[in-house]
Design a protein around this ligand. Structure first.
Ligand code: NAP
Length: 350
């Protein structure tokens, strides 16, 4: 029996680019490709990539069972929600049932995020933290995040690994970071972090920074991020046993840049377009945090979480296990910030 694959989040930035590159990825033979959708338009759109649309609620256990078991799906890529684990656990149980019925190996990829491996989530930032660190699962288990939602996201990674292990499902914790570049899918073409920087600067009329020191954060072009998703899929479809479970953390990043450099590069692109008055970058004070909190609809304490922080998480597994080689160096995000700002301004919903 060949693998049947379900991609979720196909109308999103990451999932859309994944679907768009699927056909040219030279993947090994598989049975069927399915895509989870929520609307008729999405259902029509995913067909152009050879995907059969499926519409069901991923947080309803019975619906997940029916879709996964009914279609003998053996690989699920989850690209919907980094925070909570409810749907992933449903998928794990359904995949376990497929394994029981067919004897076929089954796989679940959970898309997390670099924030879950940063100071905001209580991860170590006084040293490099490799995604191949053999103690990474234990480190995550002992992390104490500054606030509940981030603790939940840390917990989700562990829950996915534990539940998958218990049910004989191979799990992968895929970690995107600051992803940038134009999304290639039919839906959302813009990312999250760079968009937040533009929104903040636009609403304040100037660029702010949120850390007194000069912390760095991993970055990745959306095409490189997608190539890693596909490199991992290639190994899974070929039954080549890529690292999974406690050895299944995959950070997609070519390296890190300092937030300060990113703010500055984006500030000059915004200044050029008269969106902000000049490209100086000021340290946000309490009052600025208050205002930005209302812009983003989050408590004041979460503004620096949305717009800064320190993350020493470093990619190692992708190259070692998958032969993943990023096309773009980390500095590329700074060199192309003008195009990124233009893309965001064109697509930002005010
Ligand atoms: N982009 C980044 O830089 C980045 C970095 C780190 C982590 N991540 C994480 O990666 C994931 C994907 O990010 P993204 O940038 O691709 O986000 P996105 O553009 O907002 O896409 C989210 C996708 O999930 C779908 N979705 C949401 N709720 C759903 C539900 N209940 N049922 C079915 N589909 C649902 C959306 O469908 P609709 O179009 O119908 O809403 C959309 O296809 C997120 O969890 C994000 O936090 C992203």
């Amino acid at each position: 029996m060949s693998h049947n694959v379900l991609i979720t989040g196909g109308s999103g930035y990451l999932g859309g680019t994944l679907l768009a590159r699927w056909g040219t990825a030279n993947l090994p033979a598989y049975g069927k490709l399915y895509a989870l959708v929520r609307t008729d338009d999405q259902a029509n759109a995913v067909k152009q990539y050879g995907a059969e649309p499926l519409s069901f609620n991923p947080t309803e256990e019975a619906a997940v069972q029916a879709a996964v078991v009914g279609n003998a799906i053996t690989v699920v890529y989850y690209l919907i929600d980094a925070m909570f684990s409810e749907a992933q656990v449903h998928f794990i149980k359904a995949l376990a049932e497929v394994k029981k019925r067919t004897g076929h190996e089954v796989h679940l990829l959970h898309t997390s995020g670099a924030k879950v491996f940063s100071n905001h989530a209580g991860a170590p930032t006084d040293r490099t933290l490799l995604d191949t660190d053999p103690k990474l699962y234990d480190i995550q288990k002992s992390q104490k995040a500054g606030f509940e939602l981030m603790q939940e996201a840390v917990h989700t990674n562990s829950v996915v690994i534990e539940e998958a292990g218990k049910h004989g499902v191979r799990s992968y914790i895929f970690v995107p970071c600051i992803v940038y570049g134009k999304g290639e899918g039919f839906g959302n073409p813009i990312s999250i972090q760079t968009v937040a920087i533009v929104r903040a600067a636009k609403s304040m009329g100037r660029m702010y920074r949120f850390d007194a020191d000069r912390p760095t954060w991993p970055v990745c072009h959306v095409v490189d991020n997608t190539i890693m998703y596909l490199d991992l899929m290639r190994k899974i479809l070929a039954d080549e046993d890529p690292g999974y479970g406690k050895n299944g953390y995959y950070l997609a990043s070519s390296g890190s840049v300092a937030w300060d450099d990113l703010y500055l590069a984006m500030a000059s692109a915004l200044t050029k377009r008269n969106i902000i008055a000049d490209d100086s970058v000021l340290l946000a004070n309490d009052q600025i945090l208050e205002t930005l909190a209302s812009v983003f609809g989050v408590p004041k304490e979460l503004v620096p979480v949305t717009l800064g922080g320190s993350c020493e998480f470093t990619a190692d597994r992708g190259n070692k296990e998958l032969g993943w080689k990023p096309l773009y160096k980390p500095e590329h995000i700074l060199e192309t910030s003008d195009a990124e700002v233009e893309l965001i301004l064109q697509n930002l919903e005010d």
